[in-house]
Ligand binder design. Structure first.
Ligand code: SAM
Length: 306
């Protein structure tokens, strides 16, 4: 939920039913409703900010932390990521990070909202840096769930879920369920890796835990990790899953070696040392992930209360 007051323009972003963060809006560049969601582009502290349905997706100042943390651990874990699928990722920054890997031959990016992609292409150049024009990229405007259900088995090396948080009305709600993850596993090649953003374990511990246990009921290896994203004002959760490859077996030196051989372009957040750190979870998160809870299903999907 956000409110724009005409005299003092503020973005009010609810974190729980009882607390919100506010940002002064220096400039309102765009406010529209697409078929799927409300889109706002604002200038605030943190620079240009993309807000969907009242929730900050990323800001100019620190989007690189979220996008590097989402993309590189999974890409580096794979021995040779050639075929990559991104579901969501409207800003084009996840795509930008994937394309830094020289092993990549083909990236299919599937986002439900074609109007949002057009807005991103025009206004979020600092995010996508022209990535949509890369000849390795195929952009598909479709619901990610419907897309994956039509894909052939054993197609992708890495699948990256860069989706809006699951809320009661969000179009991403059925992309955090057991049934969906089974489809993800089916279209991954046998040594394939999947990664998803998994909400904030600080504000939404039960949501993060539910995503984690849903993945655990489908994949052999599931590892949760976190990155602090300053403009989210919270540590953010992610989860990597596979049928074999395990990020905990990658040493700092091996990560740095793989990055050196494969990467074209610079990183500011992720390297071998960061890799070692992000999988070390604080006690309250380990405890939350230590108590098994039922998976999210199509019949009873996980969602954030606000
Ligand atoms: N950084 C993020 C965050 O904070 O949650 C995610 C950013 S990205 C902008 C989220 C994208 O997910 C949007 O572009 C939205 O259109 C897309 N999306 C939501 N539901 C989807 C679905 N069912 N299929 C494909 N894309 C979807």
């Amino acid at each position: 939920m956000s409110s724009l007051d005409s005299k003092w323009m503020w973005l009010v972003e609810w974190r729980t039913k009882r607390d919100a963060h506010i940002w002064l809006i220096d400039e309102l560049l765009l406010s529209t409703r697409t078929k799927y969601q409300k889109v706002e582009l604002l200038k605030t502290a943190g620079g240009l900010r993309l807000v969907l349905d009242g929730k900050t997706q990323s800001t100019e100042e620190d989007e690189w932390i979220y996008h590097e943390a989402l993309v590189h651990p999974a890409m580096v874990l794979h021995e040779k990521p050639e075929d990559v699928l991104i579901i969501g990722g409207g800003e084009g920054a996840t795509l930008r990070e994937v394309l830094k890997h020289t092993t990549v031959r083909r990236v299919v990016m599937v986002d439900i909202d074609g109007e949002l992609i057009e807005i991103a292409k025009r206004h979020l150049v600092k995010w996508h840096k022209g990535s949509f024009e890369d000849p390795r990229v195929k952009l598909v405007i479709s619901d990610g769930r419907k897309f994956i259900e039509r894909e052939e088995s054993d197609t992708y090396d890495v699948i990256i879920m860069d989706l809006t948080d699951p809320t009661k009305d969000s179009p991403s709600r059925y992309l955090y369920t057991l049934e969906f993850y089974k489809e993800v596993k089916r279209v991954l090649k046998p040594r394939g890796i999947m990664v998803t953003q998994a909400a904030s374990p600080y504000y939404a511990g039960k949501v993060s835990a539910r995503i984690y246990f849903t993945l655990k009921s489908v994949f052999k290896v599931v590892r949760f990790y976190m990155a602090y994203v300053p403009q989210f004002l919270a540590p953010w959760g992610f989860a990597i899953s596979s049928e074999g490859p395990d990020p905990l077996t990658l040493s700092k030196d091996e990560v740095d070696k793989r990055l050196k051989i494969r990467l074209k372009g610079k990183l500011k957040y992720y390297d071998g040392e960061t890799h070692e750190g992000i999988f070390k979870l604080p006690k309250y998160v380990r405890e939350e992930l230590g108590e098994e809870i039922p998976p999210s299903t199509d019949e009873d999907p996980v969602y954030l209360p606000v």
